[in-house]
Design a protein around this ligand. Structure first.
Ligand code: PLP
Length: 381
């Protein structure tokens, strides 16, 4: 008799109306009916990404969008600057290696944001760099990297593009693709958009198109040029994830209806209310520049963060996330993305309190919940 809650930073809980929409009979993708849906999605994505450029939709997880970016922008033997401050920064470096691209890694301690001066120094030392790869929000540590400042560094370099993994940032807080000079922005369906996993979305600037057109890197399924051509014919190059795109149309219609500012305010509110509870419990946040996508909590001295996660999942029916790699056992992460609201945040805090109490950490049950409740009540005035 357990109700289940999904509060991990991806995949996230999907709203019932979106689930029902995606349960409708499959339509053929080479049909006027599907083309009309794709056109709606095309407009909705431009609004979400804050760009005038087309956003390509790929049938893959978010990593497919990252891989496509490397494959289309960098040729074997090219150099790229990689901001590496967590699990997903490491993924950029691994993708570069897989495609024969020489990665100049700007290593950042986990939990810290990159200093733009370090990226500037790497670009000075490697003016030949084709791309700078970075996360807007490094989900493994909860840190926001200063992508706007990086945009300023890269914009004056005609042969270098800024590629931003915004898989857990876009739709959570303000990411101004065109205004900030973010040449390529990648997102996925199963984070802030609140859809099931399976779609990657990638915006591509004019500067990035020029690199994609002339790169000698072999590519086939993830060929930006092929997808752009197809989009011009109001279709996709290959069979798209039809149901997910139907769900995406629904989600994007809602995004336009409520507007980006309200969407960002929603995530900020969940994050701040949750953090009021975290502080009241005497716990601290792991990242120095926390994002609104997820609250990353340092496990208290003597408590294994993995045990907290396990208790929540196995006994309380609540899925949050633990730490990965070097952060394993040291942190646990509560998502603010997906079909969640402030009441769910109170549930998460109650469960964390209960787990810490069970594991022998001194907590006053209800203290974090009370502080979060007070925060939500005050801010609601
Ligand atoms: C979730 C996530 C990814 C990986 O996406 P998949 O859909 O699992 O391939 C990459 N980068 C960031 C920042 C993420 O949050």
């Amino acid at each position: 008799m357990r109700k289940r809650y999904l509060m991990a930073p991806g995949p996230v809980a999907v709203a019932p109306d979106v689930l029902l929409k995606m349960a409708e009979p499959i339509i053929h993708h080479r049909s006027p009916q599907f083309s009309a849906i794709l056109e709606e999605v095309r407009g909705g994505l431009k609004y979400l990404f804050q760009t005038r450029n087309d956003v390509l939709v790929l049938a893959s997880s978010g990593t497919g969008g990252m891989e496509a970016s490397v494959a289309n922008l960098c040729a074997p033997g090219d150099t790229a600057v990689v901001v590496r401050g967590g699990k997903f920064g490491e993924r950029w470096a691994e993708l570069c290696e897989a495609y024969g691209v020489r990665a100049v890694n700007v290593d950042v301690a986990w939990g810290r944001a990159v200093d733009p001066a370090d990226v500037a120094a790497a670009l000075e030392a490697h003016p030949e760099a084709r791309a700078v790869f970075v996360q807007a929000h490094e989900t493994s540590t909860g840190v926001k990297h200063p992508v706007e400042a990086l945009g300023e560094l890269v914009r004056p370099r005609p042969e270098t593009v800024l590629v931003v993994d915004a898989i857990s940032a876009l739709g959570v807080y303000d990411i101004r693709t065109d205004d900030w000079g973010l040449d390529v922005v990648v997102t996925g369906s199963q984070k802030s958009l609140g859809l099931p996993p399976g779609l990657a979305m990638v915006s591509v600037s004019e500067k990035a198109w020029a690199l994609a057109e002339r790169s000698t890197q072999p590519r086939y399924y993830f060929d930006f040029r092929r997808e752009r051509k197809a989009l011009g014919r109001r279709t996709t190059a290959f069979t798209p994830a039809v149901s997910l795109i139907i769900g995406l149309e629904r989600v994007l219609a809602r995004v336009r209806e409520v507007g980006l500012p309200a969407l960002f305010a929603h995530h900020r509110r969940l994050a701040e209310g949750t953090r009021a509870g975290v502080r009241a419990l005497g716990l601290s946040l792991f990242p120095e520049a926390p994002s609104e996508a997820v609250t990353v909590i340092r496990a208290p001295e003597g408590i294994d963060g993995q045990e907290v996660v396990k208790l929540l999942r196995e006994e309380y029916g609540i899925t949050i996330a633990g730490g990965q790699a070097q952060a394993k056992g040291k942190i646990f992460r509560i998502s603010h993305m997906g079909h969640l609201d402030e009441w769910d945040m109170l549930v998460a805090l109650a469960a964390v309190e209960r787990a810490l109490h069970r594991l022998g950490h001194p907590v006053e049950l209800g203290r974090g919940v009370a502080a979060a409740e007070a925060w939500f009540a005050g801010a609601a005035a």
